[in-house]
Structure formats: structure tokens, C-alpha cells
Design a protein around this ligand. Structure first.
Ligand code: ATP
Ligand code: LTN
Length: 330
């Protein structure tokens, strides 16, 4: 069985975009792959975090993933900082990646620009070396494929380049992973500003559906989503971003093609009602399961410990191979 690996940061509240763009696919992939999923808490440290919030956020995100259908008997679910092989391999990869390569990463450029103008002005060294840790996450599991959003394409390319360089310098060590990028249109947009992606870090609360939002609130947010002044229901992202976003959401939730769905509606009202109902029915059982898990944090911690033990077995083997090949004394 091929192996997939993916990671998600425990910062901010998880929203419908994360769920439909990533988590839902992770759940589906469990059937066809040996899947390894990671709450990447070390990656969250590239910007200062409130310690209590970070700890609570990591547990909560793990519970959301479990509630969404990640099956800990079938897949490996763990927290990055529980497996010390990640930062250990990251150092070797920092020494394999070049300064120039890391400097070219657009995520680093964007985030360091944001910190510069109007932000705190503080840019951590970790923000710069972030992709080496991400490469370590992936390479430690002999990963074949990495499902990620389009924004992570460049980090995946770097992972492949660094793995190939390591292999050619020190001998065959790492499996070279492929990215699995969802098709365009798999991007869920903000309900109030459909030209922007739905985002944790966004200021418009009314444009973002949080997975744990009260169901009534979700209905209100969808009913108030911006559309446009004519009334034709058509899937056309450029001309009709708001309407197309509702069709994308309904399509992703019900596993139907948004263009075909458009034919079923001739007014915006019924489209909004159908979308709200479908989202609520999809999220209701996930929320119920989440609240059960939330009531028993010790059980989640036990599952995460089990996941970390399983992950570490594999990670230790690959790390030992890398240490041997690079010349560290056993
Ligand atoms: P944000 O920009 O909201 O902070 P993020 O991309 O930083 O979100 P991550 O934890 O880094 O959040 O990403 C988790 C996964 O969710 C990634 O695979 C990302 O591509 C996906 N994702 C995030 N936002 C959306 C969206 N609006 N539509 C589809 N997928 C999304
Ligand atoms: N950088 C990713 C999160 C991430 C990841 C990974 C994704 C960290 N390590 C390994 C896939 C594989 C992000 O910002 N979405």
C-alpha cells in the first residue's frame, strides 16, 4: 500500500475550507493508503503563541480530526512534538537546503513582509527554516504522496529537491514524494468576500464557517452570503464568485459537480437553503462526536500516544538510515 502523509497546524479555529479542502480528503484516503496524519505543533511556533492556547488547540484539533472520521485503528494520527525524530532530521535537511532556496519560498516572503509592514516586526529564524521541518515530516515516513493545498506546492518541490540532493550526496536514503493537489474550485472562499479564500486569519467572522460554530449560526451565515444583483444560478468563478462558492460548497459536501448542480436551481434563495441544510447535516454528527471526545480528554491523549508510538517506529528507522548515510557516529 502506498503511504500518504499530511499535516495541519493547530493555530486558529478549523473552518469549512480546511475541512472540505483537506480533512475530508484525508478521511477518504484512509481506504486506499497507509495514511499518516500529523498535528504540526512545532510549525505553529514560527510565530509566538499563547502556551495554554497552543496546548488546548492541539488537543482540540486532534479531536476534530477524530470526529471528522480519521480512524486511529487504521491511520496513524499523532502530534509532531511527540516524535523527536522530526526536529532531529530537520537539522540535517537545513544543512542540505541552501539559504537561497529557502529565501525564494513565497510563504516566507509573504509572512515576513506581513510581519514587517504593520506587523510585529519580528521574523523568527524558524519562519525561514519552516520548509526543512516540513520536509522532515514527509521524508521520515518514506512517504509516496502528500495531499496539500495549492499554496504548499512550492514547499513540496523543495522537499523533493532536498531529498534528491541528500540521496545523491550520501546514497539512496529518502523516497521522493509526489504532491496531490486538489483541482481548482476545491478552494472554498469567504462568504462575504468571495474573492478571498475562507481563512482562519480573516477578520470577517461572518464570512468564515467554523466547524464548531453553532448550527443556527451556520445557517445564518450561509443565508447572508453575498451573491450578486442578477438572479441566474450559474457556476462561473470569475463572473459570479459568490454564487459559485455556494455551488462549490454544496458540491463538496454532497460529492456532486457544481456545474451540474447549478441546473437544479433558478433562484438564489433555494440554493442557499439547500447549501445550509447540506452543510448542517454534514457537520451535525461531527460536532456531536467532537463534544463526546471533548468530555474525555484522557482518551484522546491515549489515542495520540498510541499514534506517536506507531509513528516513531517508522521515523526512527528512517532517521537511523539518514544518520548512518550522513556520517554520524552510532
Ligand atoms: P488559513 O489561511 O485560514 O490560516 P491555512 O492554509 O494556514 O489556513 P493550514 O492549517 O495551514 O491552514 O491548512 C490546512 C489545510 O487546509 C491545507 O491543506 C490548506 O490547503 C487547506 N485550506 C485552507 N484554507 C482553505 C480553503 N479556503 N479552501 C480549501 N482548502 C483550504
Ligand atoms: N505547511 C503546511 C502544514 C504542514 C504539512 C507538513 C503539510 C506541515 N508539515 C507535511 C503536508 C505535509 C501548511 O501550512 N498547510
Amino acid at each position: 500500500m502506498s503511504r500518504v502523509f499530511s499535516g495541519i497546524k493547530p493555530t486558529g479555529a478549523i473552518h469549512l475550507g480546511n475541512f472540505l479542502g483537506a480533512v475530508q480528503n484525508w478521511v477518504a484516503m484512509q481506504d486506499d493508503y497507509d495514511a499518516v496524519y500529523c498535528v504540526v505543533d512545532l510549525h505553529a511556533l514560527t510565530v509566538p503563541q499563547d502556551p495554554a492556547e497552543l496546548r488546548a488547540g492541539s488537543l482540540r484539533l486532534a479531536q476534530v480530526l477524530l470526529a471528522a472520521g480519521i480512524n486511529p485503528d487504521r491511520s496513524t494520527l499523532f502530534v509532531q512534538s511527540h516524535v523527536h525524530e522530526h526536529p532531529e532530521l530537520a537539522w540535517m535537511l537545513e544543512c542540505t537546503a541552501s539559504f537561497g532556496e529557502l529565501r525564494r519560498m513565497t510563504q516566507f516572503k509573504d509572512k515576513s513582509d506581513q510581519a514587517g509592514d504593520g506587523g510585529s516586526g519580528f521574523i523568527s529564524a524558524g519562519l525561514f527554516t519552516y520548509p526543512a521541518l516540513m520536509a522532515a515530516d514527509i521524508l521520515l515516513y518514506d512517504t509516496d504522496a502528500v495531499p496539500v493545498g495549492d499554496d504548499q506546492r512550492q514547499h513540496l518541490e523543495l522537499t523533493r529537491d532536498v531529498a534528491e540532493r541528500f540521496n545523491s550526496r550520501y546514497g539512496d536514503t529518502f523516497v521522493i514524494p509526489d504532491a496531490i493537489i486538489p483541482p481548482a474550485g476545491a478552494r472554498i472562499m469567504d462568504l462575504q468576500h468571495p474573492e478571498n479564500k475562507m481563512s482562519k486569519s480573516d477578520d470577517t467572522d461572518s464570512g468564515t464557517i467554523l466547524l464548531l460554530d453553532d448550527l443556527k449560526k451556520i445557517e445564518k451565515k450561509i443565508k447572508r452570503a453575498v451573491t450578486d444583483n442578477d438572479s441566474e444560478v450559474r457556476f462561473d468563478i470569475a463572473e459570479k464568485p459568490g454564487v459559485s462558492n455556494l455551488l462549490s460548497i454544496l458540491g463538496a459536501v454532497t460529492d456532486q459537480d457544481p456545474t451540474a448542480l447549478a441546473d437544479e436551481f433558478d433562484q438564489y434563495g433555494p440554493l442557499k437553503t439547500a447549501t445550509a441544510e447540506a452543510v448542517i447535516e454534514r457537520l451535525r454528527p461531527i460536532q456531536e462526536r467532537f463534544f463526546e471526545l471533548e468530555a474525555d480528554p484522557a482518551e484522546t491523549q491515549r489515542l495520540l500516544k498510541h499514534g506517536a508510538d506507531r509513528a516513531q517506529e517508522k521515523a526512527a528507522e528512517v532517521l537511523a538510515r539518514a544518520k548512518q548515510h550522513i556520517g554520524l557516529l552510532p
